[in-house]
Write a protein of this length. Structure first.
Length: 394
């Protein structure tokens, strides 16, 4: 059994599977991916049929990256001959009381020179009569937005990496990592493996993996959920007729998808879940949040609703500023850490490419300076969390 590699990746969710794929393109059999659960598991944050992809962000650090996400996914699609990105168009809308949220998106898009349209609620109803909004609602429409098939994308990353010769060990929990002069040794339940460099993309288990390096990131893990509705109006909500959407109308934005992966629509409330740890999370839905989502949809998109098919839970893992962390671990230049902050899947393949460049070249061609370890949210114990929820550290 081969035990020595150039790079090992711990965690094969969205970002980790992406890193393994891009590393395998250059390293072949000298790349190893380790996953504590079975491949395609539902314990973390990268499962399910769909995630939103869009150019639109309200922060120039992200709009500098969003165009490149499409390029990275296109490479994977071309190699796998699979469609992973489905373009539906995207609607971001706000009631007048939340108009500033939409304005921030427009400002960042303008600064980046990215295309969008800005119009009022009457035009939204004309283009997409599924929405029942008042005229004063402010709307941004982005034609290139859509969804990424999350489960299929993860599987494609891993399959293509194997095609290049990479090794994959699933059901293989990491017990400890031991740095040395010539790299890092990873102790697992499946044996010991050595590599010159290590990539940690372990989501909610990040601090567990970092513990043997005496490192800790102030992460909040929350249990979030999405609900699938068996709408009887399938045609009206097909990807060709209905866009992905984000609605700023209350304290938490609501987001949703056309029919995809199931004969059902899908929606959720962003960052509405309770703080948990991987040990305390459950898979039962929060019925209070289900009811809030039902009421919101009944008001704004009534035909979106139908009998509940099911509600799925997942985990968000976030620094206090809810920004990515993509950097070397302090004091351990051979160890790279990536945290997606609960909104990274659209970037997953690009972040995997970036991690491969950092591991093999020492730098990336993409702008990631704003996502380093040395920032107040990560380094200052008194940093005030921007998450709007109680913080719990795992």
């Amino acid at each position: 059994m081969k035990t020595d590699y150039d790079v090992i990746v711990i965690g094969l969710g969205g970002i980790g599977s992406g890193a393994l794929y891009w590393l395998a393109r250059r390293l072949g059999s000298n790349a190893l991916g380790i996953e504590q659960f079975e491949l395609g598991h539902v314990n973390g944050g990268s499962q399910d049929h769909s995630r939103i992809i869009r150019l639109m962000y309200d922060d120039p650090r992200y709009t500098a990256l969003t165009p490149h996400t499409y390029d990275a996914w296109s490479v994977v699609e071309g190699e796998a001959d699979l469609q992973l990105v489905v373009q539906t168009g995207g609607v971001t809308f706000a009631e007048p009381s939340h108009a500033a949220d939409v304005a921030r998106y427009a400002q960042a898009m303008d600064a980046a020179g990215l295309p969008y349209e800005w119009f009022a609620g009457d035009e939204l109803r004309r283009r997409f009569p599924q929405f029942q909004v008042d005229d004063q609602v402010q709307v941004l429409f982005e034609p290139k937005a859509g969804l990424v098939d999350a489960a299929k994308a993860n599987a494609a990353h891993v399959a293509l990496a194997r095609g290049y010769g990479a090794a994959v060990r699933d059901r293989c929990p990491v017990q400890a990592i031991h740095p040395g002069d010539d790299g890092v040794t990873v102790q697992t339940e499946c044996g010991r493996f050595h590599a010159r460099r290590l990539v940690i993309a372990s989501g909610a288990w990040t601090n567990h993996v970092l513990a043997s390096l005496d490192l800790h990131i102030p992460l909040t893990v929350t249990q979030e959920q999405v609900t699938y509705y068996a709408t009887p109006y399938l045609k009206a909500f097909s990807p060709r007729r209905f866009p992905i959407f984000i609605g700023y109308t209350a304290d938490k934005p609501v987001y949703g998808f056309p029919v995809y992966g199931e004969a059902a629509t899908k929606a959720g409330i962003d960052l509405a879940g309770r703080p948990v740890t991987p040990a305390t999370r459950v898979f039962d839905p929060n019925t209070v949040n289900e009811a809030k989502l039902d009421a919101w949809l009944a008001h704004y998109i009534p035909r979106f609703l139908g009998p509940k098919l099911y509600t799925k839970t997942c985990l968000y893992t976030m620094p206090p500023d809810r920004d990515f962390l993509i950097d070397r671990a302090p004091g351990h230049p051979n160890v790279l850490v990536a945290v997606g902050a609960g909104h990274a899947f659209k970037f997953a393949s690009l972040l995997g490419q970036i991690l491969s460049q950092l591991a093999l070249d020492g730098a990336s061609q993409y702008p990631i300076d704003g996502f380093g370890w040395q920032r107040p949210a990560v380094m200052e114990p008194g940093f005030e969390s921007l998450l709007g929820i109680g913080k719990i550290e795992d």
